[in-house]
Design a protein around this ligand. Structure first.
Ligand code: M6R
Length: 601
């Protein structure tokens, strides 16, 4: 979603800020803008569309050493130049991530007090309110502190006040914001990649902290306006990890990293002994009911997790979309564990679900990629996946790493509960060792999936079907396809198709049928035949050699223990979606309307 960067220092700010902004492009946006201070005056330049449009309007040699900039993902008001950030009213210029929920009421009051608004945004309202309060308080810090008592919602602000043109102020509530010191100046940013070229050390602001940055100093005040010291974090990834390394798209690069990501994630928690799993996961033993809560692909991971845990650990698992869970009545019992799954660790609905569970006194555990993110910090227990920086909006390697964690949890809990025998454990562990090579082999087979993609990419709709765990994978395969190719795609439980949806199957409608669960394969094949009889073009994805030809295309994947199977099965679906989108000329890494990290409700 929206991105923020600001710099004040000894060098020209525009080149640094634009470079940082470009490193935030992956978050998804539809306009970009910058405000900088020149001769004590704040100048704003903004434009609709890509940062390249904004760059055309900028003079990179402008002798300014203080500026803030933004990529906007439209929430309040359409994606146009007027609504683009920064916004300015009175003495305040602001870039803003998040949503101020009570902005409409505030706007009316401010209009009554004489403020006139140009845009439809909540951010312009924030400028006006700050300005109004500042007129009373005559102190920037006090005014900033006071607005936190008035705004409802989430915000990360980068702020310039014309009465203090040598400083950038930063303030946050829920939406993440970091400050960082580099050898030649200081930064604010919404995300580490924005500043990684200049420093890998950063401070994560807490809710209601206010930071004041000048060229030689960063001062942080807590919510009582006392100066406070914060922990300096070190980002362990490299700048190169945010580069394409010769791949045409980040998505393709990230798909190719999956064998390593799997290995890194597993090795972090498991050294080949059950003892290592015990050390990392023994806190899980006492729970006998699990709620998994997440959004999008992370929710689909949860569905796979449910299938594994219920089948191999014998514990009931409820999986919910976070935006529903946060408002529904939950029936916890004493030993319920709530597991939140999130790549970014910043997804607003998942964070709210976490807070709800905590408020209700329920233990929470987060499976997260981004170290130090809000969900990781607030959960009672955190299990980090080791996916590294994921740039493409469509998640691939983080999804696979989340599956790897659910496999490990299942192995550990199943063994502890004696629902997995010693003998079965050995079979699973044998397969586990082979997995990185098998993932790699599956990726290397990409040409065969690409050939299939070449045959179906012109279709207007594509169906996915499967049963049980294969249905959970169908949902992810279908989401991957539609989010990047814009082709309408639905995933159905194979047996449910004939209760309505089969009426949509006509001659040559692609049906991607996934069947890896031995005990369900025959049933799924019957459902496939029903679609074939209506003219479907069937792409059959299985780990078993079919004994008859009821399909048009076969994607044969290696068979491994069911606890690990999904990790292989998803790979061809990712590559299929990628090539369909590529053939359709889509913006694969930044699909329209989407954002990498969904920080609004
Ligand atoms: O960062 P999160 O894992 O919490 O994000 C959740 C979803 O927004 C995300 O998985 C989304 O569905 C992806 N674009 C799917 O590829």
């Amino acid at each position: 979603m929206c991105g923020i960067i600001g710099y004040v220092g000894h060098n020209l700010c525009i080149p640094k800020i634009i470079h940082g902004l470009e490193n935030l492009e992956y978050r998804g946006y539809d306009s970009a803008g910058i405000a900088y201070v020149l001769n004590n005056k704040t100048k704003i330049i903004k434009e609709k569309g890509k940062i390249s449009n904004l760059k055309k309007l900028l003079d990179f040699d402008t002798t300014t050493n203080l500026g803030i900039a933004h990529t906007r993902w439209a929430t309040h008001g359409e994606a146009n130049k007027i609504n683009a950030h920064p916004h300015s009213l009175g003495k305040f210029t602001i870039v803003h991530n998040g949503i101020i929920e009570n902005y409409s009421k505030l706007k009316q009051e401010l209009e009554n007090n004489g403020y006139v608004f140009k845009s439809e945004t909540d951010t312009e309202v924030a400028c006006a309110l700050l300005d109004e309060i500042y007129k009373q308080e005559k102190d920037i810090l006090k005014a900033l502190n006071k607005v936190t008592k008035i705004f409802r919602g989430s915000y990360a602000f980068g702020i310039i006040c014309s009465d203090d043109p040598n400083a950038i102020y930063a303030l946050r509530c829920t939406s993440p914001l970091i400050v960082a010191n580099s050898p030649d100046g200081n930064f604010i940013a919404s995300d580490v990649p924005a500043i990684l070229k200049y420093t890998n050390k950063y401070i994560l602001l807490d809710d209601f902290d206010i930071a004041k940055l000048t060229k030689d100093n960063i001062i942080i005040y807590d919510e009582f306006l006392h100066e406070t010291k914060k922990k300096v974090n070190t980002f362990s990834g490299t700048f190169e990890s945010a580069a394409k390394n010769g791949y045409e798209h980040f998505m393709l690069k990230e798909i190719h990293e999956q064998d390593k990501v799997f290995k890194d994630t597993i090795n972090f928690y498991f050294d080949g002994t059950i003892e290592s799993l015990k050390k990392n996961f023994s806190f899980l033993k006492k729970y006998n009911k699990i709620d998994i809560v997440a959004c999008g692909s992370a929710y689909h991971t949860g569905l796979v997790g449910k299938s594994l845990i219920e089948n191999y650990v014998n514990i009931p698992v409820n999986v919910e979309v976070a935006s529903e869970y946060r408002y529904k009545r939950c029936f916890y019992d004493y030993n319920t564990l709530v597991i939140l799954v999130s790549q970014s660790g910043e997804t607003a609905d998942t964070l709210a679900a976490l807070r709800k569970a905590k408020n209700d006194g329920i233990t929470t555990m987060a499976i997260v990629n981004v170290v130090g993110s809000s969900i990781a910090r607030e959960a009672d227990h955190v299990i980090y996946i080791k996916a590294g920086c994921e740039i493409a909006v469509a998640t691939t390697k983080a999804y696979l790493a989340q599956l790897a964690i659910f496999s490990l949890l299942t192995i550990y809990l199943g063994y502890q509960n004696k629902t997995i025998s010693e003998n079965e454990l050995n079979i699973i562990l044998d397969d586990l060792k082979k997995m990185p090579k098998l993932i790699n082999d599956t990726i290397k087979n990409y040409n065969s999936y690409f050939n299939i993609a070449d045959k179906i990419y012109k279709n207007k709709q594509i169906f996915f079907i499967g049963r049980g765990i294969d249905y959970a994978l169908s949902m992810e395969g279908s989401l991957k396809l539609k989010e990047i190719s814009y082709i309408n795609s639905v995933a159905y439980q194979a047996g449910e198709l004939k209760h309505g949806t089969i009426s949509l199957i006509t001659k040559n409608t692609p049906v991607i049928a996934i069947a890896t669960d031995t005990k369900l394969i025959e049933k799924t094949i019957s459902n496939i035949k029903e679609t074939k009889a209506r003219g479907a073009y069937v792409i059959y994805v299985s780990n078993e050699e079919p004994s008859e030809k009821f399909y048009d295309e076969l994607i044969k994947i290696h068979k491994v223990h069911p606890i690990l199977q999904s990790i292989l099965t998803i790979v061809p679906l990712q590559l299929l979606a990628y090539k369909v989108a590529k053939n359709n000329g889509c913006d694969i890494d930044q699909p329209r309307n989407l954002a990498k990290s969904v920080t609004v409700e």
